[in-house]
Design a protein around this ligand. Structure first.
Ligand code: CP
Ligand code: NVA
Length: 309
């Protein structure tokens, strides 16, 4: 049984195998419609529970489709509808019950501790569907999307992040170590990656260039990533933070400093960090990026269930 909590804790080979499996599965599904099953229905009879403590559109729908296409089923819960969320039941007991009823558990939570607690008491795999410090299913899928569009291993590309030092960036940084790609970051000094990330980079002998000038960060980039300035449940002074990020707004002028065929990716939902003519423009592949979550999460589920080819 394998969990999928943080990219930094998963062997690079396993991550590469998941991507390879997703490539093949996506190709084999070309002529199938949304709910037609993958040949062999490898997760036939398996049940995934998804629990959300925060809003979600893409993660919820893509996991639904992922398990369905593999032959299994899913139930989506809001934590506040459970005894756990009402404070009337412990994580330990909830985890035991989930392990009795189901085969896998996907959790979107506002607490890293909860992920660890669930992991401790579950006897089924747990998948992190976004936590305050990481968004691993999103970023693994984004690596897949980059390679699909660029038709090259991501290790040969220059990746740039313009935005906040948030959960998605943390996972992108972990991915830059696992997949050995060049990463530059453009963000205000005040919102640079923190001590824990710097220590992780040092431990892995990885250098990432951080610029407080967006132009310097995007020069020669093959891929520009961004995300909302204000994340879900961000407790910070929103007005002030948005103001600090004003000069980091992604517009046509900014992306003209990147390579000509540079692509723009964004995990969605979006805020004010990118102009419409970039988000909806020719460099943007955000819809393909969102759809690929289904394909990659299928292979993540297979990995967790010990069924990866
Ligand atoms: N990108 C992403 O995880 O979207 P949702 O918050 O809609 O799930
Ligand atoms: N950084 C964002 C990602 C949303 C998918 C958030 O945590 O809200």
């Amino acid at each position: 049984m394998k969990h999928f909590i943080n990219l930094k804790d998963i062997p690079a080979n396993d991550l590469r195998n998941i991507i390879n499996d997703a490539k093949l599965r996506k190709k084999l599904r070309k002529k199938l419609s949304t709910l037609e099953l993958d040949k062999g229905t490898p997760l036939k009879g398996k049940m995934l529970v998804q629990m959300f403590e925060k809003a979600s559109s893409r993660t919820r729908i893509s996991f639904y489709l992922a398990i369905k296409q593999l032959g299994g089923g899913t139930l989506t819960l809001r934590s506040n509808e459970l005894h756990l969320g009402q404070g009337g039941e412990s994580i330990a007991d909830t985890a035991k019950i989930l392990s009795e009823y189901c085969d896998g558990f996907m959790l979107r939570t506002d607490s890293e501790k909860k992920l660890e607690e669930f992991k401790k008491y579950l006897s089924i795999p747990i998948i992190n569907g976004l936590s305050p410090s990481s968004h691993p299913t999103q970023v693994l899928s984004d690596v897949f999307t980059v390679e699909e569009i660029k038709k090259k291993p991501i290790s040969q590309l220059k990746i740039c992040w313009i935005g906040d030092s948030n959960n998605v960036l943390n996972s992108l940084i972990a991915a830059s170590v696992k997949f050995s790609f060049q990463l530059t970051i453009g963000c205000p000094k005040k919102f640079q990656p923190g001590k824990e990330i710097r220590e992780f980079l040092k431990k892995n002998k990885k250098t990432i260039n951080i610029y407080n000038d967006p132009k310097k960060a995007v020069i020669n980039a093959d891929v520009i990533f961004s995300d909302k300035v204000i994340s879900l449940n961000d407790k910070i002074n929103k007005k002030e933070k948005i103001q600090e990020f004003k000069k980091f707004k992604i517009n046509k002028k900014l992306i003209s400093y990147a390579k000509n065929n540079c692509i723009f990716l964004h995990c969605l939902p979006r805020g004010d960090e990118v102009e419409d003519d970039v988000f909806l423009g020719k460099n943007s592949h955000v819809w393909q990026q969102a759809l690929n979550r289904v394909h990659v999460q299928k292979s993540i589920l297979l990995y967790c269930f010990g069924k990866l080819r």
